[in-house]
Design a protein around this ligand. Structure first.
Ligand SMILES: [Zn+2]
Length: 135
């Protein structure tokens, strides 16, 4: 967290007082040139490293739709930034379309380079995923 002291303003009318110091003693201050007030506002800004990452999940539910014997969303979409093992946040879009047996995954570097582009039948994707038969 970074604390930064900004300008000093008149607390009554908002006139900025470029010559005033945040730690000026109360006595001996010049009054506000605009309204004559002795009241001051010292602006302090707090900075924090905040990075926003969007993460959006869409689910399409079709009544009665089942997949693998379970009631599951007919279609799911994930869209958001994902931090890779190398620490870089990459845009990642994923679509699992159980209705149409389709799996789409696209990962994009911050500079716009597509580093992963998958578009294949969902059952094929699952086969080389965790559901892969052992042996
Ligand atoms: Zn003033």
């Amino acid at each position: 967290m970074t604390v930064e002291t900004g300008g000093v303003e008149c607390n009554s009318c908002g006139q900025s007082l470029p010559d005033a110091r945040p730690d000026d003693p109360a006595e001996g201050r010049p009054p506000c040139p605009a309204c004559g007030s002795m009241s001051r506002l010292v602006k302090v800004y707090l900075h924090d490293e905040v990075t926003f990452h969007t993460d959006l999940v869409l689910k399409k539910r079709t009544p009665g739709f089942k997949s693998g014997g379970r009631s599951r969303p007919a279609q799911e979409q994930w869209s958001g930034d994902e931090q890779s093992a190398d620490g870089i946040w990459r845009d990642r879009q994923r679509v699992v379309d159980r209705e149409n047996n389709r799996y789409v995954e696209r990962m994009t570097d911050p500079n716009g380079t597509v580093i992963r582009d998958v578009d294949e039948p969902l059952d094929q994707h699952l086969r080389h995923g965790s559901d892969k038969p052992k042996g």
